[in-house]
Design a binder for this molecule. Structure first.
Ligand SMILES: [Zn+2]
Ligand SMILES: [Zn+2]
Length: 412
């Protein structure tokens, strides 16, 4: 991570920050905290040689060193008003990161009121601001009594303002989009971090944190599962439908807890085509389980031919996922129903789909499932007793159908 940190401080960022500084300089003249009188604002100072390095992101600074009007109330005491605020809102987090600290939307004009005058001699002071994303530092200097101070709007971890990282983390971990958030911020002129800063936070801290957390979770899960035989379900999700996917992620789920225990990312060109990705994903997952001492009781997947063959070779008990089975069957029935003289099939599509699920969930053995499943052929002919002793008769109540045309005629 240390190496990464240095690496991302590219020259491109530096150039960008220079240009941004220049563009800000031109717009400073309409700074909202400008004097009420027509006193012209002094030109922007070049960046001071020495100043606290806070973050490596774009640097925008605006100098508001200017002659400001006298405060309306000469008895105004900034220290007093700050202590009032502190009393009113109890800080919820005393740790240095301030993650749980309440944050506020502060208007620039209101904030600058606090720095207009020197707290010692009460005369007008020289004020300069530095911004990094959502962070603001204010340097206040009095030319009359040499008073000076720097105020910071956020704590920092290392050289990064915490608010910037928290914003990146909040966007990332809530599944939001940087650009959606930026739209909102721009719409209300709320200062935001740059996209490059967001990406840098994501790759340096957030994604590494996710990976670290995942590995910790997975290790604990494997430790627990190595004590028993695990019942798993597996399937691949590809980046595009059909057969031209570039990436596929194979997920393995513990069916007793419905929790994902492994994910394998496979790229099509490492396995000679997208049609080989599914088997490779499962293979890698099963190898990982084996290396962690986790034994497989059975596995449930779709009816992918390579998977069937592979699991058979590995002598792993294999069940088909009823969802995929029903989906495949319904697709075929849908095709048949569209053919000439096969309209009657349409009446049965829904019933057959439900029957597949019922066979799977109500049976305790394979032969029982088969007996129930094959009984549907009799049932469709209005015959509700069957030769198979495992399922000798339909379980539905006897009732007369209103739709006589729905029954299949044997031999027709
Ligand atoms: Zn002073
Ligand atoms: Zn029946």
């Amino acid at each position: 991570m240390g190496t990464l940190g240095h690496h991302v401080r590219s020259k491109g960022t530096q150039t960008e920050s220079f240009m941004r500084t220049a563009s800000i300089a031109t717009s400073t003249s309409d700074a909202p905290w400008g004097p009420a009188t027509s006193t012209p604002i002094k030109a922007v100072h070049p960046r001071p040689a020495k100043r606290p390095r806070v973050d490596e992101e774009e640097e925008e600074e605006s100098d508001i060193s200017t002659i400001l009007p006298e405060p309306h109330d000469s008895t105004y005491d900034p220290a007093q008003s700050i202590s009032n605020v502190t009393e009113a809102s109890q800080p919820t987090d005393t740790s240095s990161t301030g993650y749980k600290d309440s944050k506020y939307i502060v208007f620039e004009k209101n904030l600058m009121e606090l720095f207009e005058t020197c707290p010692d001699c009460r005369r007008l002071s020289d004020v300069r601001t530095y911004r990094r994303g959502t962070f603001l530092a204010i340097d206040q200097k009095c030319h009359h009594c040499q008073f000076s101070r720097q105020w910071k709007s956020q704590p920092a971890i290392g050289s990064s303002p915490v608010g910037n990282i928290i914003l990146s983390a909040a966007i990332y971990f809530t599944g939001s989009s940087y650009f959606q958030v930026q739209k909102i911020f721009q719409a209300m002129h709320l200062q935001n971090i740059s996209y490059s800063a967001f990406r840098r936070h994501a790759s340096s801290y957030l994604e590494t944190a996710v990976i670290h957390q995942w590995h910790q979770y997975q290790e604990a899960e494997f430790e627990f599962l190595s004590q028993r035989k695990v019942k798993i379900g597996g399937d691949m999700r590809a980046d595009s439908p059909g057969h031209s996917a570039k990436y596929g992620s194979y997920s393995l789920m513990n069916l007793e807890t419905n929790s994902i225990i492994d994910i394998q990312l496979v790229q099509s060109n490492e396995v000679g085509g997208s049609h080989n990705m599914e088997k490779e994903g499962l293979k890698r997952s099963l190898q990982l389980l084996e290396s962690k001492g986790v034994a497989v009781d059975y596995i449930v997947t779709d009816r992918h031919p390579q998977i069937q063959k592979y699991l058979c070779e590995q002598k792993i008990t294999h069940y088909y996922d009823v969802w995929h089975l029903e989906k495949g069957l319904s697709k075929k029935l849908g095709k048949v129903a569209k053919e000439k003289d096969c309209e009657v099939v349409k009446k049965w599509q829904r019933g057959i789909s439900n029957h597949v699920y019922w066979c799977a969930t109500s049976s305790s053995s394979g032969p029982e499932k088969v007996a129930k499943w094959t009984s549907v052929v009799n049932h469709m002919q209005n015959k509700h007793t069957h030769d198979n002793p495992l399922f000798p008769q339909c379980q539905h109540p006897v009732r007369r159908s209103r739709d006589r045309k729905k029954w299949f005629q044997p031999g027709v």
